[in-house]
Ligand binder design. Structure first.
Ligand SMILES: [Zn+2]
Length: 417
């Protein structure tokens, strides 16, 4: 009989709710929210808690060379491939309770529910907590390592500095060489499914229960430096200035206008502006801007990059400045796998839940995993769209819906893949 025949299998809501509450307490502070940055004591504590809960459910556990923590429900057939279900237990500083952690717990709950139901699936299931998704060290470090795409270049200059990286890895019981042993053979993977909070207001505004992620945005970033002339702010006439600050201000507005007018669905942000020398009575001789832009498709991202750099050059000409544009990063957009999207849609439909397709504007482990295996993501609503903040909140009902959708999608994929 097909696994998805009669009434859909659902999770143990009481167990899930109790675990969500216990997990959310680890690293939580009333003053500044969730403090579970990678390598912190609270981060280590929640990961130990996760493995303890997995063992208590009779699941096998494993920690790989990148510190990724897993609960495993093995298929009877030793040649069976593995479907990964998960996200990350680390948080940003002063973050919320749901970002990442919900997806790891939902993965664990799927394994427990399948085991409780006595189902023997044709694929192994693995609930995984990836190391350092949020980027205290590098960003999606664990998924890069598992995908076999971690480079020694990236490890040579981590955001946190070499010393913090090496001592942190040692405390985690691994090393730089260990990171490279975490790579998995893609042939052994059936796919990756990630349940996550939306982190934006779209689902709540639309009154929809489940978001089916069509793809994860790519991004480009630039440092743009305008150089003019720092001169006396009282004696230099308005028509004799080379004011770098004016180019910065004009560029900020133009970037917004251009994206709004010509790049539907894209976003761009000037996140930082620094003027030098920075005084009441000196015309800014230097303006340094940090700009980031995101798009769903590679060609769109390229056109957007070109448009931004052209706007910067035009402002330099307008205000008689020199301009230096440095590209500081590019992440390709990653579409999700159509079979994964279909499995999520079918699962939600069987549960009577409303769905909408949507892109993810935020980066996720699924973006990395999509490079090596069929990957999909489902979103649940974020109240007021707040995330990376202590007020981040998704209702228990929404979290349970997400967990049930993940369970149903897993069963559908077990039949299909
Ligand atoms: Zn996250």
């Amino acid at each position: 009989m097909p696994l998805t025949a009669h009434a859909p299998l659902t999770i143990d809501e009481e167990r899930f709710a109790a675990d969500l509450s216990a997990m959310s307490a680890i690293g939580w502070t009333n003053e500044s929210g969730m403090q579970r940055t990678t390598f912190s004591d609270a981060h280590a504590e929640v990961r130990t808690w996760f493995l303890d809960r997995a063992r208590a459910a009779g699941l096998r556990t494993r920690v790989d060379g990148a510190g990724n923590h897993s609960a495993i429900l093995e298929a009877a057939d030793p040649r069976a491939r593995t479907l990964l279900l998960g996200s990350h237990l680390d948080s940003v500083p002063s973050g919320g309770r749901f970002d990442g952690a919900l997806g790891v717990l939902c993965g664990l709950e799927v394994l427990r529910s399948v085991r409780d139901a006595g189902l023997d699936l044709p694929m192994s299931l693995e609930a995984i907590d990836f190391t350092d998704e949020e980027g205290a060290v590098l960003g999606t470090l664990g998924s890069w390592a598992l995908a076999g795409e971690l480079t020694s270049d990236a490890l040579a200059s981590p955001r946190c500095g070499r010393d913090v990286l090496l001592s942190g890895l040692e405390r985690m019981g691994t090393s730089e060489e260990g990171l490279l042993t975490a790579a998995r053979d893609p042939a052994g993977l059936a796919g990756f499914l990630e349940l996550h909070i939306e982190q934006g207001p779209v689902l709540e505004r639309a009154g929809v229960a489940i978001g089916i992620v069509t793809g994860i945005c790519g991004s480009v970033s630039f440092d743009i430096v305008f150089r003019g002339a720092a001169r006396h702010a009282g004696t230099t006439p308005m028509d004799a200035r080379r004011d770098a600050g004016l180019a910065a201000a004009a560029l900020m507005l133009e970037v917004r206008e251009t994206v709004t007018r010509d790049f539907a669905g894209c976003v761009a942000t000037v996140g930082d502006v620094h003027l030098e020398p920075g005084a009441y009575n000196v015309i800014p001789g230097v303006a340094d801007l940090k700009i980031e832009a995101r798009a769903q498709h590679d060609d769109e991202l390229d056109r957007l990059s070109a448009a931004i750099t052209e706007l910067a050059r035009a402002q330099a000409r307008r205000w008689d400045l020199d301009v230096h544009i440095e590209s500081t990063g590019r992440w390709s957009p990653e579409p999700t796998d159509p079979r994964m999207r279909a499995a999520i849609a079918a699962s939600a439909s069987r549960l009577g839940l409303t769905v909408m397709e949507m892109p993810s504007g935020a980066g996720h482990d699924a973006q990395v995993m999509a490079k090596v295996t069929a990957s999909g993501m489902a979103f649940v609503p974020s109240h007021h769209g707040i995330s990376h903040h202590p007020d981040e909140y998704s209702s228990l009902e929404d979290c349970i819906n997400g967990s049930n959708v993940l369970l149903g999608a897993t069963l559908a994929l077990a039949e299909e893949l």
